[in-house]
Design a protein around this ligand. Structure first.
Ligand code: ADP
Ligand SMILES: Cc1cn([C@H]2C[C@H](O)[C@@H](COP(=O)(O)O)O2)c(=O)[nH]c1=O
Length: 229
């Protein structure tokens, strides 16, 4: 799978240039819905988040455990999220364009950071996860050309989350979504917190489904710029 080193990083051998786009945004901001829309375009490969794995690894539910007791289980979930994200990033592309839901970056810069800042992740767990993350990102190239940020208000996300009604997420309060929102804004809008690995395209995402689908269509060229799709 890997064939050469570039700037000290292990790089995948791919014959032609391919486009990799991350779709980022708060919980229930509409990422999956956006990906579903673009999945209808030929030559676009869509990778949704492996949430089913986070809810069931060999019969255990690390996502559910984390929401029940973040201090005990945050490290367990986030270690597994980091592994599954890396696996997604390194999987062989089957189309000229890949659109992927979130990334190893947002798992660390948003969710791990939030657990730590809110005092729910012990310092030692944060240190170990950070060492892993730094080793991975310093030694393995994670291709990305564009980040699409679905910018939605925490209130909208809270409404949509309640409607979606995932069992594990029923206990999520508005304050949790506000904290995640702030971290996303600092990272992708203000650019004051962490490295942003690619240009960012911001799409306001509070509108109803019809308007959002129209907005995705309006942004199609910008999103797919640089590809032949
Ligand atoms: N523009 C929209 N207006 C109203 N509801 C929406 C909109 N986009 C998505 N939804 C609904 O909100 C919930 C969360 O959307 P989803 O795409 O799963 O978000 P995410 O993948 O970001 O968590 C789903 O029930 C979905 O059907
Ligand atoms: C990446 C990541 C996600 N989670 C949680 C947050 C949500 O409950 C789900 C993902 O759902 P979404 O509708 O796709 O936003 O997983 C987490 O706790 N930690 C993470 O790193």
């Amino acid at each position: 799978m890997f064939s050469y080193f570039s700037q000290g990083k292990l790089v995948r051998n791919e014959k032609e240039k391919k486009l990799v786009i991350f779709i980022e945004g708060n919980i229930a901001s509409g990422k999956t819905t956006c990906l579903e829309y673009f999945s209808k375009t030929s030559n676009i490969e869509v990778l949704t988040e492996p949430v089913s794995k986070w809810r069931n690894v060999r019969g255990h539910n690390p996502l559910g455990l984390m929401y029940q007791d973040p201090t005990r289980w945050g490290i367990t979930l986030q270690t597994y999220v980091q592994l599954t994200m890396l696996d997604r990033h390194l999987s062989t592309m089957s189309a000229p364009v890949r659109m992927m839901e979130r990334s190893i970056y947002s798992a660390k810069y948003i969710f791990v950071e939030n657990l730590f800042r809110s005092g729910k992740m012990p310092e030692v767990d944060f240190a170990v996860l950070s060492e892993w993350f730094e080793w991975i990102t310093q030694n393995i190239a994670i291709p990305v050309d564009l980040i699409v940020y679905l910018q939605s208000s925490p209130q909208t996300c809270h409404e949509r989350l309640k409607e979606r009604c995932r069992e594990e997420e029923k206990i999520i309060p508005l304050e949790y979504l506000e904290a995640i929102h702030q971290l996303y804004e600092d990272w992708l809008i203000k650019k004051t917190s962490f490295n942003v690995p690619a240009p960012v395209l911001v799409i306001p995402a509070d509108d109803d489904l019809q308007k959002m689908l129209h907005r995705y269509e309006e942004n199609r060229e910008k999103i797919l710029a640089g590809s032949n799709v």
